[in-house]
Ligand binder design. Structure first.
Ligand SMILES: Cc1cc2nc3c(=O)[nH]c(=O)nc-3n(C[C@H](O)[C@H](O)[C@H](O)COP(=O)(O)OP(=O)(O)OC[C@H]3O[C@@H](n4cnc5c(N)ncnc54)[C@H](O)[C@@H]3O)c2cc1C
Length: 384
């Protein structure tokens, strides 16, 4: 077992950390306050390759393996979770789905534009009445000449309000259950497609989250992603990639909580001593360090399995479940260590706390991850 990162991985980590320190951390509070999408930052990430990290060079990306990609996402998560969420969905769910399931024409048409950051990808499974049980989706697609007619609605679509490409899942044959779900690529200017930004989120305020409405929306046949009936399989495989991304981002977020807490605990004095010298404060920091290190190794192991082409659903779920709960606890402790100052956006930890709360919900809640891990462990399926 080799615990060392390669020179290239160390260099890429340094590059993303530098970028985060220089271009994200100093300005992100203002984007959060204004709930404004950070197009200006995305425009700088494109030329560095950060919008196409796992996309092969032949399609304009960096061609990174999963482990190195996880390190990139970890560092983006260290800098900001809204931006990391945008990138995770864009790359893990968008680019990698098109790379794996798209036709050569689709790859050539979309991947270079996605990898450069010219357009952003979204991925929409969730509907007003459908969350954890995606198999019950109500959006339908019916054959229409050489294409399909889409009717229904989606919600909670990350980047939905600003994306240039949406991967949308719909029922094409309800009687076949999960084998009757199909994936489509939808371009936002398609007639019959409407989208509306959702407002009032607890956190992730500078990421876009939208509702989609499809009203007799005609999708050309060439925009089918994968085969008819393969949609559920595509969604589940893509979510394995997505969960790895979220888990990596959570490690970065937990690390940011540690870094902010250590700095504050060394500077802030009470009873004539830095609060970091009190054992109870050290205990909170040590818990954060221990859990974050453990989460990091779970993420790297899941990424390593992916790089080997080995099965990884269980390991991605374990990494996502553990790392998201760790990030949530770390943000909570970081606020406690900052006292009242942690309760205001003068310090970043209140944003960390709000942002971390989404990590245990999206792309399969903690409860759903437990059912997946339970199924692998017991051989008994709690979903049916
Ligand atoms: C900020 C944000 C961004 C998102 N981005 C996207 C996106 O880009 N694309 C997309 O498709 N969706 C997205 N989502 C939606 C997200 O994936 C869903 O919210 C999530 O899957 C849970 O679904 P739900 O909210 O409908 O909760 P429900 O499924 O209604 O669950 C409610 C509660 O019941 C629990 N529960 C459900 N079933 C079981 C069970 N069998 N056993 C035990 N407990 C159970 C859940 O864990 C949860 O605690 C996003 C959500 C948020 C908050």
């Amino acid at each position: 077992m080799d615990f060392d990162l390669s020179e290239e991985q160390v260099m890429i980590r340094r590059m993303v950390r530098d970028f985060g320190e220089r271009e994200i951390v100093p300005v992100i509070r203002e984007y959060d306050r204004a709930a404004r999408f950070p197009w200006e930052i995305i425009a700088k990430m494109g030329p560095l390759g950060l919008m196409g990290a796992p996309v092969p060079e032949a399609y304009g990306g960096m061609g990174l393996d999963y482990l190195t990609y996880a390190i990139v996402v970890e560092e983006l998560g260290w800098a900001d979770t809204s931006l990391r969420t945008t990138v995770s969905v864009h790359s893990s769910l968008g680019e990698l789905s098109i790379l794996r399931y798209g036709t050569e024409e689709q790859r050539q048409k979309y991947l270079p534009r996605l990898a450069s950051g010219e357009i952003i990808a979204s991925f929409s499974l969730t509907e007003p009445n459908v969350g954890s049980d995606a198999s019950g989706m109500q959006t339908i697609a019916e054959p229409d000449g050489d294409g399909w007619i889409l009717n229904g609605s989606k919600m909670w679509v990350t980047s939905g309000g600003i994306c240039g490409l949406a991967i949308v899942f719909a029922q094409t044959n309800r009687s076949l259950g999960t084998k009757g779900i199909t994936a489509f690529i939808v371009e936002p200017d398609t007639p019959g497609f409407r989208r509306e930004e959702m407002h009032g989120k607890l956190g992730l305020r500078s990421s876009s989250t939208a509702e989609f409405v499809f009203d007799d929306c005609h999708i050309p046949g060439e925009n089918l992603l994968g085969k008819v009936g393969d949609g559920f399989k595509i969604a589940m495989a893509s979510l394995d990639n997505g969960r790895l991304g979220i888990a990596a981002g959570c490690v970065g977020l937990a690390q940011a909580c540690i870094d902010a807490s250590v700095k504050y605990a060394r500077e802030r004095k009470q009873f004539d001593r830095p609060i970091g010298s009190f054992q109870l404060i050290q205990d909170m920091i040590v818990q954060m360090v221990m859990e974050t290190e453990a989460a990091r190794f779970l993420v790297y192991r899941a990424a390593h399995l992916k790089d080997k082409g080995a099965r990884n659903t269980r390991e991605c779920s374990i990494a996502k479940l553990y790392a998201s709960e760790v990030a949530k606890r770390a943000a909570d402790r970081a606020i406690q260590i900052h006292g009242s100052y942690g309760y205001s956006d003068e310090y970043p930890v209140e944003r960390f706390y709000r942002d971390a709360r989404a990590d245990t919900i999206y792309e399969g809640s903690s409860e759903i991850q437990k059912l997946i891990i339970g199924r692998h462990t017991l051989g008994l399926d709690a979903f049916v």
